[in-house]
Design a protein around this ligand. Structure first.
Ligand code: PLP
Length: 500
């Protein structure tokens, strides 16, 4: 028992908290407004590492005034950003966020509901947002869905339902031990590793993933798929699912989703579509035909924190077969009974459609941003990024010292500095050093990949702040740095990591 007055986490002095909050808001918006003037990214300096080490020594047992906590945040934490809000951040597949998205997130945290289920508006608003998502993706209204942490979780949800729906045993009750044949899943060699991770979590193991070769444009080879499924069936396996990717992580390739849908329908296979970022072109009438067939998937995973710029985290899982979805995740419990009145009076509880019981109010920021900007603008932003990626590709194609390494299907341009007469091994080292230099000097943030054995600079444009001058700067810098590194490589073995 405590003695003396009872305590609370609420401020003693609301006016001081209000003043601090207003300052934080001012500073945060100024920080976003000035993002272009700063470096994209810098390595964590030694002083900041020392701060972290000191922090890690012990949890604080006593209080620190919130104004002092904020000063520490401003001094030590805020400057060390990942950089993905910057106009020249083009690494991996990372969204840029937005000012009002951040404000909406603040409001959601202020309300702080647990959106597991029951009769509460945040839960109902998620259902509204999910209804929008179904419409946008061409899914039927009767389909089920869930806002999740991102593409990896959305893939896991879809693949869980796929496994349970197609298993030859009741997996939910008995597990996989009674399964008469090993279950196998098919995807191109370009499939995202979250699918592989999901297979391990589902007790199927990485070996259950049958990777199918790709064609020259990095799309799943359908003839090879047919052969692989037939061979596995003949060998006593149980093929249950094909994952088609709308926008592969490496190059943005789009599998022939119509053909995969047809094939799955005739072969009684589940069609899961990973559209982490490649589903978003559905919002553009000009680009939607590229991903035709996505709307026929049995389950679809896509992200909102990537190309929709909803602040992290937000993704969507849609499942055509709502009952199979519910059966996979529903576990009745006396303490979670649906009631006929009061807070428990809701027919559908979203926690019965996914892994999490406690769930944040993700729907608010999604609802807000779609309402504020409208679907059409999102469609135009996606078109803008695709046009930027194509324009960059054209610049690269026009430069003899640069070499493009993959077709540009959507928003990803992969290339390298090739200079004159350097062999592949030297070029790999040179381009790796070039990339490190670009990143560490804070100029731009492409990432890398390896395509057909060659190290590639990879520019993935999921950025509503990028302008054409940003890509001009990239090309200029790559050429200058490439020339310097090539000269160094000609003069000495090995290539220096920093080019300036
Ligand atoms: C094609 C694809 N699938 C899945 C994912 C995983 O999504 P998340 O990072 O949101 O978990 C990604 C991430 O880049 C991706 O590109």
């Amino acid at each position: 028992m405590t003695h003396g007055p009872e305590e609370t986490l609420d401020p003693q002095d609301w006016s001081a908290t209000r003043a601090l909050g207003q300052r934080m808001m001012e500073d945060a918006l100024a920080y976003l407004e000035g993002v272009r003037e700063r470096k994209v990214w810098t390595p964590i300096p030694a002083g900041t590492r020392a701060f972290l080490a000191a922090e890690a020594e012990a949890p604080p047992s006593g209080p620190t005034p919130p104004e002092a906590v904020y000063e520490t945040f401003r001094r030590e934490i805020l400057p060390q950003t990942m950089g993905n809000i910057h106009p020249r951040f083009w690494g991996w597949v990372i969204g840029t966020g937005s000012a009002t998205g951040a404000l909406a997130e603040f409001l959601a945290a202020t309300m702080n509901p647990n959106v597991g289920g029951g009769q509460q508006l945040p839960h109902e608003l998620e259902l509204v947002v999910l209804a929008w998502m179904k419409r946008l993706m061409g899914f039927p209204d009767e389909a089920s869905g869930l806002l999740v942490s991102g593409g990896s979780m959305a893939n896991l949800v879809g693949l869980t339902v796929a496994r349970n729906a197609k298993a030859e045993v009741d997996v939910v009750t008995r597990g996989l031990t009674g399964a008469p044949r090993p279950m196998t899943l098919y995807a191109s060699s370009e499939v995202h590793n979250s699918v592989t991770k999901g297979l391990a979590l589902l007790g199927l193991g990485h070996d259950a993933l049958r990777t199918v070769p790709v064609d020259e444009a990095f799309r799943l080879d359908l003839a090879a798929l047919r052969e692989r499924v037939a061979a596995d069936r003949a060998a006593g396996m149980h093929p249950f699912c094909v994952v088609g990717t709308a926008g592969t992580v490496n190059t943005g390739a789009i599998d022939d989703l119509e053909a995969i849908a047809d094939y799955c329908a005739t072969e009684n296979l589940w069609f899961h579509c990973d559209g982490a970022f490649g589903a978003v072109p559905m919002l553009s009438p000009a680009l939607a035909p590229l991903v035709r067939g996505l709307e026929r998937a049995d389950s679809l995973a896509f992200d909102l924190h990537k190309w929709m710029h909803v602040p992290y985290e937000a993704g969507v899982a849609l499942v055509r077969h709502a009952e199979a979805h519910h059966d996979s995740f529903r576990v009745p419990a006396s303490y979670l009974t649906h009631a006929t009145g009061g807070m428990g009076a809701a027919d559908l509880w979203l926690s019965e459609y996914g892994v999490q019981l406690s769930r944040s109010f993700r729907a608010l920021k999604v609802w807000w941003l779609l309402k504020e900007h409208g679907v059409d603008k999102y469609g135009r932003l996606v078109e803008q990024n695709c046009a930027q990626a194509r324009a960059l590709a054209a610049r690269i194609d026009a430069e003899p010292e640069l070499e493009r390494l993959a077709p540009v299907e959507l928003n990803i341009t992969c290339f390298r500095y090739r200079g004159n007469g350097l062999d592949d091994a030297t070029l790999d080292r040179l381009n790796e050093a070039l990339l490190v230099g670009l990143q560490e000097d804070g100029v731009a943030m492409p990432s890398s990949t390896v395509l057909r054995g060659r190290f590639a600079l990879r520019v993935c444009v999921t950025n509503h702040r990028s302008r054409s001058e940003d890509f001009d700067l990239l090309v200029t810098e790559v050429l200058e740095r490439g020339r310097r590194l090539a000269a160094a490589a000609a003069g000495a073995p090995g290539v220096a990591a920093r080019s300036s």
